[in-house]
Design a protein around this ligand. Sequence first.
Ligand code: HEC
Ligand code: HEC
Length: 268
Amino acid sequence: MKRVQLEIVLGTVFALMSVGILTVMAFDEKNRLAEFEQSQRAELIEFGAAVYEINCTSCHGSHAQGVDFVAPCLRCEELFTTRLEDIGWDGGLEDYIISVVTTGRQISTRPAEFVGGGSPAMPTWSEKLGGPLRDDQINAVAAFIMNFEEWALNPDAIPTPIEEVAAVDDPVARGFTLYNQFGCGACHTISRLSAGIVGPALNGIATRAATRVDGLSAEDYLYESIVLPSEYVVEDFLDNLMPPNFVDLLSEDQLQDLIAFLMTFEEE
Ligand code: HEC
Ligand code: HEC
């Protein structure tokens, strides 16, 4: 082979090789990009879960499973299937969630089922409208809710929240979860935990409970005020606002857990 020919052949081989290498590299780059995007989304969801836990559990429940009479489930099939049509929203679900969270909701669209905090049913969350959350926090909490889609469409795959709660072995921790899960915080304030104003603040309740009704210990009073809220109506608050059906919704063990949780709040 003449030298010139050899150079051409080698040149072609190199050219082919480098095309091959570049193709492999590009492919790898695409995978890396997908992986990167996936891990970014996972981080966003994790961030959103933290935003959710602080701001949303009091009404929508600790597992986004909704609370009877208070606020709807955010992990159930309805939200991912028929809800947008029912409400007449043309865009996508994630945009709907961002929009509802941004503005809040003055009046519930299902007042017989969910009253939230009354008026407004759900407060405005966006900082731009005077609420507490930045755009990135709202986007994150929307990603967190969207993340339930797969489960929502296969409800059998979801462990029931009650089972998860029962598995925690600290009654006070279980009680706190129940407090969130059953929407107590939608109506009651406990400093740094919830900010409801429909019912009395529960700071210092363990101390006050002991003096409320002659002959009732603090624990017995708390028990009664949860299962028979009309037996003793706290001064300056309205009767018949606290749901009368906790006695049906909560097991005896769960009531004891809630009481253990409330008993940790003594007057300072
Ligand atoms: C004070 C109680 C309350 C709090 C706290 C609350 N919500 Fe809501 N939320 C409601 C009520 C009530 C509705 C309206 C239900 C309706 O219109 O039928 C609602 C509706 C929604 C909807 C629309 C659901 C649907 O089916 O149309 C989304 C999404 C939502 N909330 C997300 C959140 C997020 C995220 C947070 C925390 C940042 C939050 N909510 C905190 C009470 C609350
Ligand atoms: C829809 C609003 C609402 C919800 C939800 C609610 N409560 Fe109440 N709660 C009230 C109101 C109003 C009162 C005061 C009137 C009365 O004594 O019945 C009250 C009273 C109480 C009292 C007596 C407080 C005192 O100072 O003596 C306790 C304890 C209590 N609630 C615990 C709970 C617990 C625990 C939950 C959740 C399982 C809960 N509440 C859910 C509205 C609510």
